[in-house]
Design a protein around this ligand. Structure first.
Ligand SMILES: Nc1ncnc2c1ncn2[C@@H]1O[C@H](COP(=O)(O)OP(=O)(O)O)[C@@H](O)[C@H]1O
Ligand SMILES: [Mg+2]
Length: 372
């Protein structure tokens, strides 16, 4: 079965597996900056469905960065790019496990402009209009690109990193703690990621040179993310991401919670995706993506000879008992219980990101004190 990234209108029983579009009402503006090249692109390091990612250097400082280039020739691309910009630029402080956006640049033909909140720009408004209407709202002969300048992650993604090494308990524990910390930070900042999966979790190995520290994970690819706005009653009061209901069925099928398939969900969908990732990491459960033929970490349910995403199977049968762990001794009782709760069919039975972080810290602490 293919693991396809999906964005589709909802409710959708049965859900379509082809890309569609998200709709948005957020706004932002652009500022003029110099058209002098600031970055040198070195090599292509990634290519997704919507953009190309390069390793690059800042000319002035020779610092290494990653630059993601999205061509805005289709409304889908514009929408993904704007979502990524809104999420990453809404974060006021940095977190070690969340990719940091240095800047976002809009290029139109030979001109470049820095994207920033708080000012007006007709170019920016054209992009928003394109995204809202679902059709190009500017002269199609112009070439628009959005460039995202971010931290460069030199260690590939979580699939590549883990699957090229033997299973290691210390690495697994470190990755779980880093991921839960990143998710608690995102949810505290009102951001629902909606496409958590090992391909979108990148590895930075730079601090490994002399120490035996585990690598740093960075949650990346915010193209499907949603920033939940303030509650209607009191605009000053931020709404809890666990009460912010979303209706666009989107994500990648193997990591999607049952309620996402139905199109009525909250930030608990991210908890479910992380449950799939952690379960797969601890037990080395993988499947082959039929499109790319790549081996990917992800747990699933077997139905005869077919493998079915856990969320899809739970949607059909919410009472289904998940076989966790699949292998004996791959996790202790507390971990097994936590993963079961993360993958509960009812989102209200899942822990929120803050409880999850706390419980993982407790499990890690107990495990390490037991070892010594
Ligand atoms: N900051 C980065 N550093 C290094 N590689 C990156 C970085 N961002 C993305 N990549 C590479 O590019 C790929 C696609 O990027 P991603 O942001 O996931 O976009 P897409 O929406 O196309 O999936 C990633 O899987 C990764 O291999
Ligand atoms: Mg991606």
């Amino acid at each position: 079965m293919a693991s396809s990234q999906m964005i589709a209108p909802s409710p959708v029983p049965p859900p379509p597996r082809q890309p569609g579009r998200l709709r948005t009402k957020e706004t932002l503006t652009l500022k003029m900056v110099s058209s002098q090249p600031k970055y040198d692109l070195i090599r292509e390091v990634g290519r997704g469905s919507y953009g190309v990612v390069y390793e690059a250097v800042i000319r002035k400082t020779s610092a290494r960065v990653a630059v993601k280039k999205i061509r805005c020739h289709a409304p889908e691309n514009v929408e993904l790019a704007l979502r990524e910009f809104w999420a990453l630029s809404s974060i006021k402080s940095q977190h070690p496990n969340v990719i940091h956006l240095e800047e976002c640049i809009l290029q139109k033909d030979g001109m470049v402009q820095k994207m920033s909140h708080g000012s007006n720009s007709s170019l920016y408004l054209q992009l928003v209009e394109t995204s809202l209407k679902g059709e190009i709202a500017f002269d199609p002969r112009s070439a628009y690109y959005l460039w995202f300048v971010m931290d460069f992650c030199d260690g590939g993604d979580m699939n590549e990193y883990l699957l090229s090494r033997k299973p290691n308990r210390k690495t697994n524990t470190s990755f779980m703690l880093q991921l839960s910390s990143a998710l608690a930070f995102l949810h505290k900042n009102q951001i629902i990621h909606r496409d958590l999966k090992p391909d979108n979790i990148l590895i930075s190995q730079s601090r490994l040179d002399t120490s035996d520290l585990e690598p740093t994970l960075k949650v990346a690819d915010f193209g499907l993310s949603k920033v939940c706005s303030a509650s209607g009653q009191n605009p000053e009061e931020p709404v809890s991401v666990n009460k912010c209901f979303l209706s666009t069925a989107c994500g990648t099928d193997f990591y999607m919670a049952p309620e996402v398939w139905e199109g009525h969900y909250t930030a608990k969908a991210d908890i479910f995706a992380l449950g799939i990732i952690i379960w797969a990491m601890l037990e080395r459960i993988t499947f082959i993506d039929t499109e790319t033929k790549k081996e990917l970490l992800g747990s699933y349910v077997k139905q005869g000879t077919e493998i079915v995403p856990v969320g899809e199977a739970l949607l059909e049968n919410p009472k289904m008992e998940l076989l966790i762990p699949v292998k004996k001794k791959s996790m202790n009782g507390r971990m097994k219980q936590l993963i079961k709760e993360m993958l509960a069919a009812n989102p209200q039975d899942r822990p929120d990101a803050f409880e999850l972080e706390l419980r993982l810290v407790q499990i890690a602490f107990k495990d390490s004190s037991w070892e010594t």
